[in-house]
Design a protein around this ligand. Structure first.
Ligand SMILES: [Zn+2]
Length: 494
């Protein structure tokens, strides 16, 4: 059962809230404590905060006995599908799914229609995202614009040539051959100039870096739809010069070449702070390559990679059972690859867990024409429960979950007051019941697409309360299975 849009009567931005008896983890050691939240910030973490003695009045007390307090999860890789495909998802429904999954900040990807590859498209998206109940930011898209530029230039040049043709007929002194040569030279110069820095929207990508809400430029070197596909690696060198973080969708055949390119760039530009972030690693080959390059001194704190829960918790045998629902890019591979991903989590090669939440309707996934089945699956609601279940099964420590899904994403993307439960940090908090087991049921999901590859699995670990900027946005009642959403908007990241 779900109640949407329930309102809160007091001034939400000034809400004072006390979380009593929560268990927090410091270096994997549990500690029972209270957390005081004032003006959207964690003002005090202390055992037995005495309200009377401190003359503090609060609007709400949450009894967190038996609950684990975690910093809100930060998902760097989410497709909210707005604008362009709001029948699959939009910023509101994606953010509802997020809070139900203990995620308090997410970053939206640019492969929309239109792509988020111009400042105008970014500004449009910033307005659309205002409905989100979590904090949000954006990854800007690199696109190829040559075709337009070349065709426009050719048209312009043709017009110019026609003009000069007419002129030269009237002016016998002007030689046609020298004019043709000049024009050809001009065109050649233009083309070679285009090759360097005008084939792509590099200027807009550079401009996007001035927006605090944009932390990375996403480059699609793998197969994808539309004009986001990039085939010339040279453009990366130009991007490295102007971008904080280059986020790459790449398949393993091109990875070594790109890592070599980045390594050379960093050698030559030691002062550069640009980082390379490899999205959704899926294979043993990929993590081994990344591990090798991470050992290079000049790539320290500059090379990062992410893994998705579906690559961690599914292999090609599961994918066979799931059929088209498990069709994602990059593909879900063998048990051997899956094991390598877990090893890479353990040895620190993988820095971040992110969902690559990519919802499509069931109808689209079940398209009888297999060539038309879109790649991608939703993941926001199940990522943290899957990870907490892995903690329950001893595959991960709770500290790893916090590091991989909150602290490291905050650090890599420069979100200063997020990623840790600490006095002075933003009160983005999730209270989870680790011992509560819950079955994933499609009908109960908040994502608009209403399906999940992990449906019918029972998982230990349920987000019960989610606070965003100190506001209680989501509550789950284990006795009635009721999910309550409070319509309190999130903020653009700062
Ligand atoms: Zn993606």
């Amino acid at each position: 059962m779900l109640i949407r849009g329930e309102s809160i009567n007091f001034d939400i931005q000034k809400m004072k809230l006390l979380i009593k008896n929560a268990t927090i983890y410091e270096k994997n050691k549990p500690l029972l404590t209270d957390i005081l939240v004032e003006e959207g910030v964690i003002s005090k973490i202390e055992q037995n905060i005495n309200l009377k003695a401190n003359k503090i009045k609060v609007d709400k007390i949450i009894d967190a006995t038996g609950l684990t307090a975690l910093p809100g999860m930060i998902d760097l890789h989410v497709h909210c599908r707005e604008p362009g495909a709001t029948h699959k998802e939009d910023f509101l429904t994606a953010s509802h799914a997020a809070v139900a999954g203990g995620i308090t900040t997410f970053f939206d990807m640019p492969n929309n229609s239109p792509t988020t590859s111009t400042i105008a498209a970014l500004e449009e998206k910033r307005l659309l995202a205002k409905k989100a109940v979590v904090n949000y930011g954006f990854n800007f898209g690199l696109v190829k614009i040559t075709e337009n530029i070349v065709s426009n230039d050719v048209t312009a040049d043709k017009k110019q040539n026609n003009k000069s043709d007419r002129k030269s007929k009237n002016d016998p002194k002007k030689s046609n051959t020298s004019k043709d040569k000049r024009s050809a030279d001009k065109q050649a110069t233009k083309q070679s100039k285009l090759k360097i820095d005008e084939q792509y929207n590099l200027e807009e990508a550079k401009e996007s870096q001035k927006f605090k809400c944009v932390r990375a430029v996403k480059v699609y070197l793998g197969q994808t739809t539309g004009n986001l596909m990039i085939d010339d690696l040279k453009v990366l060198e130009h991007l490295f010069l102007t971008t904080k973080i280059v986020m790459l969708h790449i398949e393993d055949d091109k990875l070594e070449e790109v890592l070599e390119l980045f390594s050379n760039y960093c050698k030559k530009n030691a002062a550069s702070k640009t980082a390379l972030y490899i999205c959704h690693v899926n294979s043993k080959k990929m993590v081994e390559l990344i591990k090798r390059y991470k050992k290079q001194k000049h790539l320290e704190d500059k090379l990062f990679c992410e893994v998705t829960p579906h690559h961690l918790f599914l292999n090609n045998e599961d994918a066979k059972m799931l059929g088209r629902l498990a069709y994602v890019k990059p593909l879900i591979l063998t048990k051997d690859d899956q094991k390598a991903l877990w090893r890479a989590l353990e040895d620190g090669t993988i820095d971040v867990i992110a969902t690559d939440h990519a919802p499509h309707t069931l109808e689209e996934k079940n398209n009888p024409d297999i060539t038309k089945v879109p790649a991608g699956m939703p993941g926001l609601e199940t990522a943290l429960p899957l990870l907490l279940n892995a903690v329950h099964e001893g595959q991960l420590a709770i500290g790893d979950v916090i590091r991989l899904y909150s602290t490291s994403p905050a650090k890599i993307f420069g979100l200063k007051k997020k990623g840790r439960l600490k006095e002075g940090n933003d009160a983005d908090i999730v209270l989870a019941q680790q011992k509560l087991r819950k079955r994933i049921i499609n009908d109960n999901l908040l994502t608009k697409c209403k399906w999940n590859a992990f449906s019918n699995r029972e998982l230990f670990g349920v987000p019960v309360y989610t606070l965003v900027n100190g506001n209680l946005v989501y509550e789950y009642d284990k006795f009635t299975d009721k999910k309550t959403l409070h319509d309190i908007k999130g903020k653009e990241v700062e």
